[in-house]
Structures are given as structure tokens and as C-alpha cells.
Design a protein around this ligand. Structure first.
Ligand SMILES: [Zn+2]
Ligand SMILES: [Zn+2]
Length: 349
């Protein structure tokens, strides 16, 4: 079968590899769509970071070379011994976390923080391939009302949903989202799904503002508008109930910590390449806080799939599909250049 195999920095080759077979407790999936993630770009342009060049991962036993891809959906084609609740022909989406089940975060139910965490598509052969094999506990069924294309977006939408859940907001809350990339869009859908209507998205790029406005969002341009002043006016000086950093730049962190109300959180869902300088006095004076967030658990997957089944998510204008054969030229390079927002790979093309 054909697959996109990571061999190191700037080396992602579409090549023929042996088709995997199922072992006990495993499920084989014919991949329908696999989204390209910022993490994949990071691995390609700046890595290896998560993919180990030589040391086998403790839970998967796998090191480089590895088939990339951790955001995917597909159809079950085979189940291994001991799997009784997944069947051939089922439409599924994959929650790509390997967890040990033993460490403290795993025991507490926070396996997204497992001390030995691994990802399918980084520490095991992933979804940029015609077929892949996953453990049963990574499989979530898709109802008929959720397409396989939509199913490939459950992973990034769950990252955003988990982040939104950490903000302790309700339908009366007001929120600010910094950054209108795929995670910013996911935050907007997640918060709307939680009943919020007062949400502003802060984004300097006119193209990205246009995309999220077309979905129905309200935006602010920090290059021409006084975000803090507008928030103060709109909230009679109280500030917003939650802010989200999906931009990862110092200007966003500083603005967010200025706009928050007292004792309210900035939820940080960005990848910070470098340390940044920001006035932490903004936290001290109003007992504000910065809260990190990582991945998701099965609860977030279930919530997102449920919202999708009710037509809550709209992919118009920000999601496109490319063939596996063009994964680097039409995929990674286009995303790197900022010409596309979210790209799904079709492994059969
Ligand atoms: Zn990802
Ligand atoms: Zn663990």
C-alpha cells in the first residue's frame, strides 16, 4: 500500500510499504481522510521533535521511519481477536493517544497527560496511508449523520473543545479568541456549542478574519482596532470571562491578560516555539491566571461527534482535500506559506 513515510527533517516520502495486519485487541481501518496538522509541519520543517530517530517508544516500540498522520477517519476492514464492539464496515474516527494506564495522570482519568504518552502517526504508523491499525481504545464510531470528511476533523475540533471546557464558562459568558486558524475556528464552534453568543475573534490576517466571519463569527483586527478599549466598553470595565490563545505570540498574551476580568483564565492552546516576554503583573493585580491545555480525552471526542451529528460544524471555506501523492507540494508547502487553512489528505489519490 502507499503511505507518506517520515525519514527525518524535510524527508517525507510517498512510498510502498507492507499493509499492516491486526493483532489481538486491534482494529484495521481503511483511511478515508487524514488532516495535516501544525505538529506535522513542525516535524517536517524543524524536526524530528516528537518522532524518535532511534529510541523505540515505550508503548508502541516504534521509532523512525514512521508513517505520519494522526487526524483521520475511515472504514473498519478487519478486527483482531478480542474485539467484539467494532465491526467490519463501521465508519470510525481515531483518537490517536497511546496511554500507559498506570501513571498518576492516567489513574486520575487525565490520560492526555500520560507520562509515557504516544501518538498514532508520530510514535506509531499513522493515517497518511491506505490502511492503518490501531488499538480498540482509540476507535470512536461515527453516526450516519457525520461524514467521513467531517470525521477527520474530530481530532483538531476536540483539541479546541477540551480547551474550551477548561475555561469554566456558561451561556452567559463572554469570550475572546486570539487566532483564527483551525484551532481558533474550533474554539469558536466549541464555545457556541456550549451556548455562548458573546465571542470576539482577534486576528490580524484579513484572509483569516474573512474565513471565520463567513461562518458567522464576530472579529477584531488588532492592527487597526483598540481591542482592550473595545472590550472595556462592551463589558462596562468588567473584562471578558475567558480568553484563548491560539496564536502563540507575545502580543496576544499581553492583550488577553489585559482584557480578562478578575480571577478569570487565559487558556493557552498554542505551541510556543520560543520563550516570550509578557507583563505578568497583569495576572497579579487581578488574580488572573494562565492555564495550559493539551489534547483531549474520549469525553471531548464524544461531545464533538455529538455536536457534528446535529450539524453544528461547518467546513465551508476553510477545509480542502488534496491527494496523498501531493502531500508535500500541495499540502505542507501550501500550509507553510499560509495559502491554505486546513487540508485533508485522500490516501487513495
Ligand atoms: Zn494534530
Ligand atoms: Zn500513563
Amino acid at each position: 500500500m502507499r503511505a507518506a513515510v517520515y525519514h527525518g527533517n524535510h524527508k517525507l516520502e510517498v512510498e510502498d510499504v507492507p499493509e499492516p495486519t491486526t493483532g489481538e485487541g486491534q482494529v484495521k481501518v481503511r483511511v478515508s481522510r487524514n488532516g495535516i496538522c501544525g505538529t506535522d509541519l513542525h516535524e517536517y520543517y524543524d524536526g524530528p521533535i516528537f518522532i524518535s530517530p532511534s529510541d523505540p517508544h515505550p508503548l508502541t516500540g516504534k521509532a523512525m521511519p514512521v508513517v505520519m498522520g494522526h487526524e483521520f477517519s475511515g472504514v473498519v476492514t478487519e478486527v483482531g481477536a478480542g474485539v467484539s464492539d467494532v465491526h467490519e464496515g463501521d465508519n470510525v474516527t481515531i483518537e490517536p493517544i497511546y496511554r500507559c494506564g498506570q501513571c498518576r495522570p492516567c489513574r486520575d482519568g487525565n490520560y492526555n497527560l500520560c507520562q509515557s504518552i504516544g501518538f498514532h502517526g508520530l510514535m506509531a504508523d499513522g493515517g497518511m496511508a491506505e490502511h492503518t491499525v490501531v488499538p480498540r481504545d482509540q476507535v470512536h464510531h461515527l453516526p450516519d449523520s457525520v461524514s467521513l470528511e467531517m470525521g477527520a476533523l474530530v481530532e483538531p475540533m476536540s483539541v479546541a473543545y477540551h480547551a474550551a471546557g477548561l475555561a469554566e464558562v456558561d451561556d452567559q459568558s463572554r469570550a475572546l479568541i486570539y487566532g483564527a486558524g483551525p484551532i481558533g475556528i474550533g474554539l469558536w464552534f466549541a464555545l457556541r456549542g456550549m451556548g455562548l453568543s458573546e465571542i470576539d475573534v482577534v486576528e490580524p490576517s484579513a484572509i483569516r478574519r474573512g474565513s471565520i466571519e463567513a461562518l458567522g463569527a464576530r472579529t477584531l483586527d488588532p492592527t487597526t482596532q483598540d481591542v482592550a478599549g473595545l472590550v472595556a466598553d462592551a463589558t462596562h470595565g468588567d473584562g471578558v470571562d475567558a480568553a484563548f490563545d491560539a496564536a502563540g505570540v507575545a502580543a496576544a498574551v499581553e492583550s488577553a491578560t489585559t482584557c480578562l476580568g478578575e480571577r478569570r483564565p487565559l487558556i493557552s492552546v498554542a505551541i510556543y516555539d520560543k520563550p516570550l516576554v509578557t507583563p505578568l503583573i497583569n495576572l497579579v493585580l487581578k488574580e488572573r491566571r494562565i492555564q495550559g491545555t493539551l489534547c483531549y480525552t474520549a469525553d471531548d471526542y464524544r461531545a464533538v461527534i455529538d455536536l457534528m451529528s446535529r450539524g453544528h460544524y461547518d467546513t465551508t471555506g476553510w477545509v480542502d482535500t488534496i491527494p496523498l501523492s501531493g502531500v508535500v507540494e500541495q499540502g505542507f508547502e501550501e500550509l507553510r506559506a499560509g495559502r491554505r487553512m486546513k487540508l485533508l489528505v485522500d490516501p487513495t489519490a
